[in-house]
Write a new protein. Structure first.
Length: 194
């Protein structure tokens, strides 16, 4: 077997925001961010971002700057009446992003539970259940890549600020339900009109 360089990493198979995930500073930081994010407290979540924060959506489009990137995230989630992220896996390691700029990178997988506006549906089935027993209309699996830098004391936990947030997800099932309800046009699935 060939030899190759390695680096220490924190790996966790989580059931939601479990103690083993929260044992790492990045887990605690992201959990505090997720509480604001899932409550659609966009201003509160924005306090977690560096001024040069980058958001990369599932199409690979990059939006830079805390305010524009936060607005782009808000726009991506505007379709949902409510949503909740439930972590299932994460791996984190220390990173030096640039000389003197240290922090952590976390790659994680999560289930995203979603309720959509009713649209043209009179009765909406909530067949998906999160680990807290709450019923949801849709669920999608996604992966997320987070970079956070150490900034010392400040308004965010663990002295961290998010530098980059990238989503890897296939929204087809959720968009399909939104098309069925008449909330978005079929072009949202086919990519037409972009």
């Amino acid at each position: 077997m060939a030899s190759f360089p390695t680096q220490a990493a924190f790996v966790v198979h989580a059931t939601g925001w479990s103690e083993n995930l929260l044992a790492h500073p990045m887990g605690r930081f992201l959990h505090a961010h997720e509480k604001l994010f899932d409550a659609a407290d966009w201003d509160g979540a924005r306090a977690f971002y560096t001024p040069d924060f980058e958001y990369v959506n599932s199409k690979g489009q990059v939006v830079s700057g805390a305010a524009p990137a936060s607005d782009a995230l808000r726009g991506e989630y505007a379709l949902f009446a409510s949503f909740f992220h439930e972590p299932v896996y994460g791996t984190a390691h220390a990173v030096e992003f640039a000389p003197g700029e240290k922090g952590y990178r976390l790659f994680g997988c999560a289930r995203m539970f979603v309720n959509l506006p009713a649209g043209n549906q009179e009765v909406v089935e909530k067949a998906q259940v999160d680990r807290h027993g709450r019923a949801w209309e849709c669920v999608a699996n996604g992966a997320f890549l987070f970079d956070a830098v150490e900034v010392g004391d400040g308004p965010t936990p663990e002295g961290l600020r998010m530098k980059r947030f990238q989503i890897f997800a296939d929204p087809t099932a959720i968009l399909g339900e939104a098309v069925k309800r008449g909330i978005v046009p079929v072009e949202a699935l086919t990519g037409g009109g972009n």
